[in-house]
Design a protein. Structure first.
Lengths: 461, 186
């Protein structure tokens, strides 16, 4: 029987019944301390430190602090120092503050070549789905499961359902991977993919760069999906070749990887199709990623909702966001712009944003920042002169970390501040208590920074 | 982990869909390195602003896609440490659901109509053994994975259960045809 990419990886990793072997475990400071405590309490070692790697990302200041003991916030400092101590005690390699490999966990995995096709990858972070862009099965887990993987290198997993979303046609100029995934979540809903592993397929996906594929898979969780995957191809192999952890038996590895894609006739539990050529730049207006419209659209009205509950949800979101129904999206003025996060902080994202701002200046009413996803991305961008493009345009150029995606470090919104953000969640308070987040692509964020309000990148020059 | 058998008492209703884990326990409380001390910060921003009040009862009843967003297990710890023993909703995010079951905390999925009915009655008995929720005159059946049910009923440690199969894990590792990346030699 023809098999899907997911079927092949799942079957290859079954130890017994529902026990799934994990090839790579990524660890960060926020969701791991209680797991290490659990190991100590029960006297268990880490089974495979050689399949585990850690970095500090959520809590780190992006101001150039190079060692954990100099982090000003005492709780953040404790958390990063605890991670460093735990890794030393259990023999786990770590790229902490000061390392030239430090960065957002979902940026450094692919960057070091640790993320490879056909692998199973987990991390105590919901955006682990990012790694599926290279043809891996990758998903987020909680702290109890982190402890389980540390102790056993396996997870107890029921086989999830499978779904394929096919995107035929080409994305229009100015329409990006971020718009593709936001539009998908808008259509299928924030729980539309619950219980499914999603394979993104079709000509529009095949044409995406590796970085852009990561953006798509990254936001799978915002549609409720367990994991997102894309078939490995020459784009994948080209990206991986020469990276530090790339296989030594390269040609054999590529031959193995070429056998992974879903076979013709393989059955999915569910299939969806989206015409990529019909998609437009997207902007969220509310407090879930599914509350999204095209940039040419308007803020919706609670009166347009089909049922009472949805009307109340819309009304509450508009109150939080401080928006009036019927407002044109391009009339929404901004206080802040954030380009970064595990969704959009890779070199390709920064190149695309820089291309928009060259020779222009950030509006006087806006404070804008660019936060590279890793030290490697930062160094690459500086080699290409992108830092100069941004700083000359009035953007702040900062050190690698999760930064203003989640408000666990000094980069936060003030109450009622409005931000165009390339991150993944516009939940209430996500970027700081009372902060108002609009999710957009890097180009749309960059253009909004210049104009001080959203613009349709397609007609902007 | 304490065994879960039956849970009886009043319900607290939070009539909202898509309640994300950032609302259940905001990020500033994720900086703690302990597993306890989260209960008092449950729904911190909503409670502090006076938008909602949360009555301490054994059962939380809420809307679909509960626990979406971040994988933070702190969300389950906060709900449990506040005093809830179970949560009833039409659907849960996958990661949140799994996190509940690792902590001896029972997530129960009922239909939208059944959830509304439970909320209206205001009192409930959940019996995990028979997989039933009784609210007033009506009894609803819920599904749960048999292995998860067994683990919850007996309060079993999943890691200890898995380590009973350590020989299988070693055999799998020995039999793997090709290696995966080695993090310790980069």
């Amino acid at each position: 029987m023809p098999k899907t990419l997911f079927d092949k990886i799942w079957d290859m990793h079954r130890v017994r019944d529902d026990l799934l072997y994990i090839d790579l475990h990524l660890v960060h400071e926020v969701t791991s301390p209680q797991a290490f405590d659990g190991l100590r309490l029960s006297g268990r070692p880490v089974r495979r430190p050689d399949k585990t790697v850690a970095t500090a990302d959520h809590n780190v200041p992006t101001d150039g602090t190079k060692v954990a003991r100099l982090i000003a916030d005492s709780l953040s400092r404790t958390q990063v120092e605890t991670l460093e101590r735990n890794c030393a005690e259990f023999g786990i390699p770590i790229y902490s503050l000061g390392s030239d490999r430090q960065g957002i966990v979902h940026v450094i995995g692919p960057e070091l070549g640790l993320t490879q096709p056909g692998m199973t990858i987990v991390c105590g972070d919901s955006h682990t789905s990012t790694h599926g862009a290279l043809g891996a099965l990758a998903f987020g887990i909680g702290t109890s499961e982190v402890e389980h993987v540390l102790a056993t290198q396996t997870l107890v997993q029921r086989r999830p359902k499978t779904m394929r979303i096919s995107y035929e046609g080409a994305l229009g100029s100015g329409v990006t991977a971020k718009d593709l995934i936001l539009a998908t979540i808008g259509r299928l809903g924030t729980s539309g993919c619950q219980g499914y592993v999603v394979e993104y397929a079709g000509s529009a996906i095949e044409q995406l760069s590796m970085e852009n594929r990561m953006t798509v898979c990254n936001m799978t969780i915002e549609g409720g999906g367990r994991a997102g995957m894309i078939a490995p191809d020459d784009t994948t192999f080209h990206y991986l070749k020469g990276r530090p952890a790339a296989p030594i038996d390269w040609d054999d590895a590529v031959a193995r990887w070429r056998a992974l894609p879903t076979e013709p006739g393989a059955k999915f539990d569910r299939e969806e199709a989206i015409d990529a050529s019909s998609l437009a730049p997207m902007v969220t207006w509310g407090t879930t990623p599914g509350m999204v419209v095209e940039v040419t659209g308007h803020v919706p009205s609670p009166e347009d909702a089909a049922e009472q509950a949805a009307a109340e949800t819309t009304a509450r979101a508009l109150t939080y966001m401080g928006l009036k129904p019927g407002t044109r999206m391009t009339d929404i003025a901004l206080d802040r712009v954030f380009i970064g996060s595990c969704t959009n902080s890779r070199i390709e994202d920064l190149r695309e944003a820089a291309g928009v701002v060259t020779g222009r200046h950030v509006a006087s009413t806006v404070r804008a920042m660019v936060v590279p996803g890793s030290q490697q991305v930062k160094a690459q961008a500086e080699r290409e002169g992108l830092d100069k493009v941004f700083t000359e345009a009035g953007f702040e150029w900062r050190e690698a970390g999760c930064s203003m995606c989640l408000g666990m470090n000094p980069d936060i919104l003030q109450p009622k501040e409005r931000c165009a953000s390339t991150s993944n969640r516009n939940f209430e308070g996500r970027q700081g208590a009372g902060g108002r987040t609009h999710l957009v692509s890097p180009q749309m964020a960059a253009a909004a920074a210049i104009e001080g309000h959203f613009v349709d990148i397609r007609g902007w020059n | 982990m304490e065994p879960v058998t039956t849970i009886t008492g009043h319900v607290t209703v939070l009539d909202r869909a898509d309640v994300d884990t950032d609302q259940i326990i905001p990020k500033q409380f994720l900086k703690r390195i302990e597993r306890t001390g989260y209960g008092e910060f449950l729904f911190f921003d909503w409670v502090r602003s006076g938008e909602i009040t949360i009555e301490p009862n054994p059962v939380l009843v809420t809307g679909r896609n509960f626990g979406c967003g971040s994988s933070r297990e702190h969300a389950v710890w906060a709900i449990q440490q506040f005093g809830f023993q179970a949560v009833i909703a039409p659907s849960f995010s996958d990661i949140f659901f799994a996190n509940c079951t690792k902590n001896g905390f029972l997530p129960v999925e009922l239909t939208e109509d059944e959830v509304r009915s439970v909320a209206a009655v205001g009192e409930v008995t959940i019996d995990l053994e028979t997989q039933t929720v009784t609210a007033g005159p009506r009894t609803f059946r819920f599904d749960i994975d048999p292995d998860i049910k067994d683990r919850l009923l007996n309060g079993l440690d999943e890691i200890a259960l898995t380590l009973q199969h350590e020989a299988d894990i070693t055999a799998y590792e020995d039999a793997r045809a090709y290696p995966s990346p080695v993090t310790t030699s980069l």
